[in-house]
Design a protein around this ligand. Structure first.
Ligand SMILES: Nc1nc2c(c(=O)[nH]1)N[C@H]1C(S)=C(S)[C@@H](COP(=O)(O)O)O[C@H]1N2
Ligand SMILES: [Mo]
Length: 360
């Protein structure tokens, strides 16, 4: 197994960004950090990630198949799903690869810096109600979600498929979502239907859903067993990436230089603000660092149980070059690291943000 993993992965590198990384970066966009000002990220500013192409789905011909170890198999139209009990939840989503391109050496994949985040209000029907209705067969332990999209990864042609353990799938906040911010899903965010798994990194929220299958054995698909694992190296089977680690981000203050993005601002009191979230319970503390000295920020109420909360503080900016940073602590006692948490696939890098500023 170690051998096959090694053969399927690209080795991390200290080299310059590649053409292939640029190709991915041009398709998969981040949320500009100034959009941290919004409670709910406008849909066009929400981050976007698709492994392959955005599939063309004709809503009339589309059906959601629910089968496997169920009492009764069903095929549902979008109309039938929309007619089911409805729930809206603000949810912060973050790609598990967020921060990857800041690692040294750099795992080669979509080269995210810090922007693979967004918070939307997702509307759909709770998965749990549908599973209970079709009947969870004896022996079912996992639920496999497969998207319409297809591609090749690790040399293997596949549809995008992920599983959840039954207990996770039955959590009341897990949605089959058909609306984002009050509008039907846009093509790139999973039209006509996607899974939304609040608290988890984005890979769990399967877009362009085609089927839901209840199975008895652990699912071993590529996106479950090969991708999305915390590994030391290619041979390490590692552990599964699940919930989001805590993170705070700051709206870079002042004005940017076009090319370097260094920030410029005037001396005096500066309002710093941003957002913080975690998949392990509420963020309970945000600290702001100025040149390595930390102080407390104030916290607003979370936008929702599964969504980020705003933080703010005032900084007496003095003339010169400074480095600003921020770090979150969650209810589980997890704190963002100040040294990089390196792993082979570049997953869950929640190293603190650092913002270089010049005060004039
Ligand atoms: N079918 C399918 N679902 C998918 C993906 C994909 O490539 N195909 N990408 C996943 C990943 S890695 C992330 S981070 C989120 C991104 O969701 P968004 O583009 O709506 O922000 O979708 C997830 N669901
Ligand atoms: Mo992702």
């Amino acid at each position: 197994m170690g051998g096959s993993r090694a053969a399927r992965s690209l080795e991390p590198t200290d080299g310059p960004l590649t053409f292939e990384e640029l190709q991915l970066a041009g398709r998969n966009r981040g949320m500009p950090l100034e959009a941290l000002r919004y409670d709910l990220t406008p849909t066009g500013l929400h981050y976007l990630l698709a492994h392959w192409d955005i599939p063309a789905v004709e809503p009339d011909g589309w059906r959601l198949r629910v089968d496997g170890l169920v009492g009764s198999r069903v095929e549902l139209t979008l109309e039938e799903i929309r007619a089911r009990p409805r729930l809206s939840l603000p949810v912060t989503l973050e790609c598990a690869g967020n921060g990857r391109a800041r690692l040294r050496p750099r795992p080669v994949s979509q080269p995210w810096l810090l922007e693979a985040i967004g918070t939307a209000e997702w509307t759909g029907t709770p998965l749990r109600l549908l599973l209970e209705e079709v009947g969870i067969g004896p022996g079912a332990t996992e639920v496999v979600f497969t998207g319409v999209d297809r591609g090749i990864q690790g040399g293997e042609e596949q549809g995008y498929a992920r599983s959840l353990r039954l207990a996770d799938a039955l959590r009341s906040e897990v949605l089959l979502a058909y609306e984002m911010n009050g509008e039907p899903l846009q093509p790139q965010h999973g039209f006509p239907l996607r899974l939304v798994v609040p608290g988890w990194y984005g890979m769990a929220s399967v877009k362009w859903l085609a089927s839901i299958e209840l199975v008895a054995e652990p699912f071993l698909g590529f996106q479950q067993e090969e991708a999305y694992r915390y590994q030391r190296d290619a041979a390490d089977p590692g552990s599964a990436v699940t919930r989001m680690r805590p993170r705070a981000l700051m709206i870079p203050p002042g004005i940017p230089d076009f090319y370097t993005r260094r920030r410029f601002l005037g001396a005096g009191p500066i309002d710093l603000e941003g957002r913080a979230w975690s998949g392990h319970g509420d963020v309970v503390r945000v600290e702001v660092g100025v040149d390595g000295r930390w102080s407390e920020a104030t916290l607003d109420r979370p936008v929702g149980q599964f969504a980020w909360r705003r933080w703010a503080c005032t900084w007496e900016a003095t003339v010169g070059a400074h480095e600003l940073s921020c770090r979150a602590t969650d209810a589980g006692g997890n704190v963002q690291p100040v040294e990089q948490p390196w792993n082979y696939q570049g997953m869950g890098n929640n190293l603190v943000q650092r913002v270089a500023v010049t005060v004039r």
